[in-house]
Design a binder for this molecule. Structure first.
Ligand code: SF4
Length: 333
């Protein structure tokens, strides 16, 4: 059976000033996402998580970002081949996105209900009154207290957490098939973060939507996601069901990330960290991009890029030595 969303071998580069060499931002990225599923996209800053999401959403910064290879199949259609008008009909209505910063994504001079209602008026042709009723229903769905009374408030009159709920209400308004949430709680405090993420997972699951949750927080991913896609330097390092991947990471980078989650095994000790920093994508090391930071690296790693290969059903890894990694002592032991 084909997945609802299937990204196949996506490569993308940034083109700068005339004569400057293009910078490969994504290389050969492949993954799937199905209805009712939560996929956590993990990795450090600059790993390619957000640009992958923007490619799926069709909001790449043009003309700087150019897809050079691959397909983004959504419900059997390649989004990369759609006309701008056809793509606009997909955006919001079938694939929607929640961004990090609700304050800059909302219009400061319109009430929140007007902004949500606008979607129903433009996309569904609802009357002003019906659209507002629906907007209030959506505010209730995302648990904004006293929604009817707050409908005529402006974004600045809400707390950061409540604004992010309004962004989620807008993203869900047209009942999309896929919701992409890009670090949706970064600006919020820890308690509010947990509430918002739980709300996102609960509402998308109840509506049978697919959720692509971009995060650098492995704790969150472990609790909320069904599967994970681990990215490093614009490539997929590893993908698979979250439990299998957390119990037995096959890529040294995943292993390093998991080792740096605070847990009982580390109590009273310094948390291990991955040595070094991710590479500048304009100057990736030869061979496997992770090799300068990898304790498993050997000569082949310095010359040959590992392909992403499936090694058991539903799991894939891009590492020449994944069997050694899998056989190693459990993380945190
Ligand atoms: Fe490490 Fe080599 Fe695997 Fe890359 S291919 S992650 S350098 S062992």
């Amino acid at each position: 059976m084909t997945a609802l969303l299937e990204v196949q071998n996506l490569s993308l580069e940034f083109r700068g000033a005339r004569g400057a060499a293009p910078i490969p931002a994504l290389q050969d990225v492949s993954f799937t996402l199905d209805r009712g599923e939560t996929l956590a996209v993990l990795g450090e800053s600059g790993s390619g998580k957000s640009i992958t999401a923007k490619a799926v959403m069709g909001i790449l910064p043009k003309p700087a970002a150019q897809v050079t290879a691959g397909r983004i199949l959504f419900d059997g259609e390649d989004l990369l081949t759609l006309s701008p008008a056809r793509m606009r009909s997909v955006q919001g209505a079938r694939i929607a996105m929640v961004f990090q910063d609700a304050l800059s994504a909302l219009n400061p001079v319109q009430t929140v209900a007007t902004q949500i209602a606008e979607l129903y008026r433009v996309h569904r042709g609802h009357s002003r009154r019906d659209a507002k009723e629906r907007a209030i229903e959506m505010m209730r769905l995302v648990r904004i207290p006293d929604a009817a009374r707050r409908a005529d408030d402006y974004p600045f009159q809400f707390s950061g957490g409540m604004r992010q709920r309004i962004m989620i209400a807008m993203a869900l308004a047209l009942d999309p098939d896929v919701l992409i949430a890009d670090e949706p709680t970064t600006a919020l405090d820890a308690t509010v973060q947990a509430q918002i993420l739980e709300l996102l997972v609960e509402v998308t699951a109840a509506r049978g939507m697919a959720l692509m949750l971009i995060t650098h927080d492995l704790g969150v991913a472990g609790q909320l996601a069904d599967r994970a896609l681990v990215m490093y330097a614009g490539r997929v390092a590893e993908s698979g069901p979250i439990d299998a991947l957390f119990d037995g990471p096959a890529h040294p980078y995943t292993r390093g990330l998991l080792g740096s989650i605070p847990g009982a095994a580390h109590r009273g000790k310094d948390l291990p960290t991955i040595p070094g920093l991710p590479p500048d994508i304009a100057r990736r090391p030869a061979g496997c991009s992770f090799n300068p930071r990898c304790s498993y690296a050997d000569a082949v790693c310095a010359t040959t890029v590992p392909a992403l290969l499936s090694f058991v059903p539903e799991r894939a890894v891009a590492c020449h030595h994944h069997e050694e990694v899998l056989a190693d002592v459990p993380v945190g032991a």
